[in-house]
Structures are given as structure tokens and as C-alpha cells.
Write a protein that binds this ligand. Structure first.
Ligand code: ZN
Length: 86
């Protein structure tokens, strides 16, 4: 996706997008991720707000914490994301 928006504006756009992540479709999430990647913008903690496999935003995910590893199961595709807790 080609975009001529300056990086700063895209960062604002991404921030606003994630504030309303629960109302976004997987297609929109995929698009914003692509946009961020094209500008080398790291999503950091925001990556934990959606499934990296099907790009569905986590609405009511199953969360388990074991041995300082947080597992989040996507209700849409069943993919389990694991995050190390600090
Ligand atoms: Zn998923």
C-alpha cells in the first residue's frame, strides 16, 4: 500500500485506530498493520490487542497466565499468542 502521509500523521492515525480496536474488522486491522510496517512503525503493546493470525481484535479472549507467560487464545481462529510478562 502506497501512502504519502508523513510518518507523524500515520502514527496518530494508528493511535486513533487502536483506541477503537474493538470495533474494527480483521481486514482493517491487517491494513493498519501493513501501513505501520511500511513506515517502520512498531506497534509494540498494540500488537497484543489483536490476533496475529486472523487479525481479529481480541474482544473477550481467554487469558491464562502460567510461569510468567501470558497466553491469549483467539476466539475466532483458536490461535494462541504467548507473551512474556515482565
Ligand atoms: Zn485469530
Amino acid at each position: 500500500m502506497k501512502s504519502k502521509l508523513p510518518k507523524k500523521e500515520i502514527q496518530i492515525k494508528i493511535k486513533e485506530f487502536f483506541e477503537d480496536i474493538k470495533n474494527k474488522t480483521p481486514k482493517q486491522v491487517k491494513k493498519i498493520k501493513k501501513l505501520a510496517m511500511s513506515k517502520n512503525i512498531s506497534l509494540k503493546e498494540k500488537r497484543k490487542l489483536f490476533c496475529k493470525k486472523c487479525f481479529d481484535s481480541y474482544k473477550n479472549p481467554k487469558i491464562r497466565i502460567k510461569n510468567k507467560i501470558k497466553s491469549v487464545t483467539c476466539k475466532n481462529c483458536g490461535y494462541v499468542s504467548r507473551w512474556k510478562l515482565k
